[in-house]
Design a protein around this ligand. Structure first.
Ligand code: GLY
Length: 364
């Protein structure tokens, strides 16, 4: 088991990575409560898919500590990531007299983690304990770590949210063996992102890794998850609230948010959209002379190795219009992340008119 620490401004996050950690969750919860910080109730927030697989197991671990446990199950899918779901969670918590010293456990993928984290950040102005137990590759390598929480508005993705570092993140790569293939693939896009922005070796591993399922793959993934989380910790510790360095984690996300919006957040998964967005960013970087020629070919080869499509399925003009609601836009400019070389980024604040021009070539 690997133990990593993320020191946030207000909270310290303990991040544990190891096979079968979920089966030993009670032991790790116990350590979290050392020093008299035991909650008097726990609410596990999960989704309708993950509940069938892991809810009972996690609740049993919590019951071993004699903690009163209840749960809230969200219908699986990005469609649930809205203020209506948050309001229903608040109702459940207050009907159960859930208090400020109690604990929310987010059990699931990125959508669940964002919703549960936001509920934990805002109910009673913030509950004391938040634990993330990510069950998808995307959530394990990225979204469960770093404290971003929030929900979508009809106007765009993640437009309401809060920064709330979890007290603990339990990452168990063994649970990835139960992942549907498309969910695995979506996570690989975020893994490849870390190879592009920080550590070319991650890209090299992804270029060679066993693409088949099963334990071999999850063993290889365990090591990759550690590397990605390690990078995420370094970035977030330097810039927790995304005023500088953390922007690099948005590589590929500008165009991705546009295509996700056009597909009503249901046609493409976040990872699939990020793959399209990264390919677009590299092509635009090559055309602008920022990214070395040949990078697009290399990136698209590794994305396609995992079955990730790179083609922009909507007209460029429509993608451009859709991405303008992206929260990374500041006035008439947007921070756009380019790759100077694999492992090295360049963030440029570009006027949206210039971005529109740069995007034109994506339609060719
Ligand atoms: N997922 C990007 C970030 O946490 O900043």
């Amino acid at each position: 088991m690997k133990e990593l620490i993320l020191n946030g401004k207000h909270n310290r996050s303990k991040i544990l990575i190891g096979r079968n950690l979920m089966k030993q969750a009670a032991e790790h919860f116990r350590k979290l409560f050392e020093g008299g910080r035991t909650p008097s109730a726990v609410c596990v927030i999960t989704d309708s898919n993950v509940a069938k697989l892991y809810l009972q197991q996690v609740e049993e671990e919590l019951l071993r500590l004699d903690l009163p446990v209840f749960h809230y199950i969200i219908p699986a899918g990005e469609e649930s990531k809205n203020l209506n779901t948050i309001s229903q969670i608040y109702d459940t918590l207050s009907n159960r007299q859930f208090g400020r010293n109690d604990m929310i456990v987010a059990l699931g993928g990125g959508v669940t983690g964002d919703i549960a984290g936001f509920a934990a950040a805002t109910y009673l102005r913030g509950v004391r304990h938040l634990v993330q137990i990510p069950t998808t590759l995307l959530a394990q390598v990225d979204s469960s770590v770093g404290g971003k929480t929030g929900v979508d508005l009809p106007q765009g993705k993640n437009l309401v949210g809060a920064f709330r570092q979890p007290d603990m993140v339990l990452i168990d790569p063994a649970v990835l063996e139960s992942l549907p293939e498309d969910v695995f693939i979506s996570g690989m896009a975020e893994v490849i992102k870390y190879g592009c922005i920080w550590d070319e070796d991650i890209l090299k591993i992804a270029e060679q890794m066993d693409c088949g399922g099963g334990q071999n793959r999850t063993n290889e993934l365990g090591a990759l998850i550690e590397r990605c989380v390690d990078i995420k910790i370094k970035v977030v510790e330097e810039d927790e609230t995304e005023e500088g360095l953390r922007r690099i984690l948005n590589f590929g996300h500008t165009v991705a948010h546009g295509v996700e919006k056009l597909g009503n957040y249901t046609e493409l998964s976040h990872g699939e959209a990020v793959a399209i967005g990264m390919a677009a960013a590299v092509k635009m970087g090559e055309n602008a002379g920022i990214t070395p020629r040949g990078s697009y070919e290399r990136l698209t080869a590794v994305l396609q190795r995992y079955g990730l499509s790179i083609s922009l399925t909507y007209p460029v003009e429509a993608v451009y219009e859709a991405l303008l609601t992206d929260k990374k836009k500041q006035g008439n400019s947007i921070h756009f992340v380019f790759i100077e070389a694999f492992g090295k980024t360049q963030v440029r604040k570009i006027p949206v008119g210039e971005l529109k021009q740069m995007m034109k070539a994506l339609g060719d």
